[in-house]
Design a protein around this ligand. Structure first.
Ligand SMILES: Cc1cc2nc3c(=O)[nH]c(=O)nc-3n(C[C@H](O)[C@H](O)[C@H](O)COP(=O)(O)OP(=O)(O)OC[C@H]3O[C@@H](n4cnc5c(N)ncnc54)[C@H](O)[C@@H]3O)c2cc1C
Length: 337
């Protein structure tokens, strides 16, 4: 009889190059044992810290695409101190964890994620305000953050209402919509390095640009954000938030799982318009489809695999390049491929 552990061992050794664990690319039993022992060490530490540990957890439950295979170990630290200790332990065990916020801009492979996933939302969820400056944990949802700003009569974050990410994910991506972006309001981020050391970046150091930040390069985990907002009229703020939600509902296929706009806006064009002009609206691969409502969104019609979604993304990229000469770059982050 083939045991589950044997199957898993075979998968580790032969199918995947185990991208999250240093030096595990080559297949041999010794490395496998070292790595599995490393995972156990991290899990034991998490348990002793009372940090929830989930094994073989399907990532479909944690991504807005509702696809993705199991993570070996999913940890949801609630406090920065827990996170720092877990990061250090992962580092010592040669494990490079995958970081997840609210999972609204990622596509996780059907084979899942090897090693450790650190899910920062909904933990790290403190919120405070003083003199128009809001400080929040990276795990706070953007919608909660926007409502908090409204409560305090602060304007500047209305653009973010309806973006289904965490504050940390929004800083990482420099999320933006309707003429606003995190860059307009973000003053500082605190973070932990991959070895669990605290640090921070502010102003120019955050290197915020179109859907990018310094955190895409430096591998640190954002733990908190400081945002500077202006005093505003609560009725006007609420009105703007309601207006923008209305526009989202009218234009976006919110009734289907997706990761929002699948592609970045190519300079001088709109991805959705290019895709539509190429006759790709409604085009499907398996359960994945270019939305009929908004061609910039690839949606999961209910039974899509991540492989379907990725195949459709590639098909759209190739067709648009052939017909329009424009290379579309995915905005969605691919994990485990
Ligand atoms: C219906 C819908 C509408 C959307 N509309 C918009 C929109 O208008 N504008 C827009 O910009 N985006 C939009 N998005 C995309 C998405 O919501 C944003 O990019 C959001 O900021 C991602 O946050 P998250 O917490 O879900 O990040 P995740 O998807 O969990 O992660 C995204 C990336 O950020 C990294 N990351 C997350 N948290 C941290 C952290 N604390 N520290 C370090 N790295 C981290 C992850 O490793 C990953 O690489 C939309 C998505 C959906 C489903």
């Amino acid at each position: 009889m083939l045991l589950y552990t044997d199957v898993k061992k075979a998968i580790y050794q032969n199918v995947f190059a185990f991208p999250f664990c240093c030096g595990f690319g080559e297949a041999n039993s010794e490395r496998y044992e070292i790595c599995m022992n490393g995972l156990e060490t991290v899990c034991r530490l998490a348990q002793s810290l009372e940090c929830p540990v989930q094994r073989d957890m399907p990532m479909a439950a944690y991504t807005s695409f509702r696809t993705g295979g199991p993570a070996d170990v999913l940890l949801e630290p609630r406090k920065e101190e827990q996170l720092a200790l877990l990061l250090r332990c992962c580092h010592e065990q040669g494990i490079q964890p995958v970081v997840l916020g609210n999972g609204s801009n990622v596509l996780v492979a059907d084979a899942g994620l090897r090693g450790v996933v650190l899910r920062l939302a909904p933990g790290l969820d403190f919120l405070g305000e003083q003199g128009g400056v809001i400080t929040c944990g990276a795990g706070v949802s953007l919608n909660r953050l926007c409502r908090f700003a409204l409560e305090k009569g602060l304007t500047g974050l209305e653009f973010a209402f309806g973006i289904p990410g965490s504050a940390g994910g929004a800083a990482f991506m420099n999320a933006g919509a309707y003429g606003g972006e995190m860059k307009d309001v973000l003053v500082e981020c605190t973070h932990l390095t991959q070895v669990g050391m605290p640090g921070s970046l502010r102003g120019e150091g955050l290197a915020l640009g179109y859907r990018r930040s310094a955190y895409r390069e430096n591998g640190c985990l954002i733990t908190s954000l400081t945002l500077r907002l202006a005093r505003g009229n609560p009725d006007a703020i609420r009105g703007k938030m309601e207006e923008l939600i209305g526009r989202r509902k009218a234009k976006q296929p919110l009734e289907f799982p997706s990761a929002g706009s699948t592609f970045k806006r190519p300079e001088g064009y709109f991805a959705g318009a290019l895709i539509e002009e190429c006759g790709l609206k409604g085009r499907a691969v398996g359960g994945a489809q270019v939305s009929e409502k908004h061609a910039g969104f690839v949606i999961n019609r209910g039974n899509a695999t991540s492989a379907d979604i990725l195949a459709l993304i590639r098909l759209v990229q190739d067709t648009v390049y052939q017909e329009k000469g424009v290379r579309l770059e995915p905005e969605v982050r691919l994990l485990g491929f």
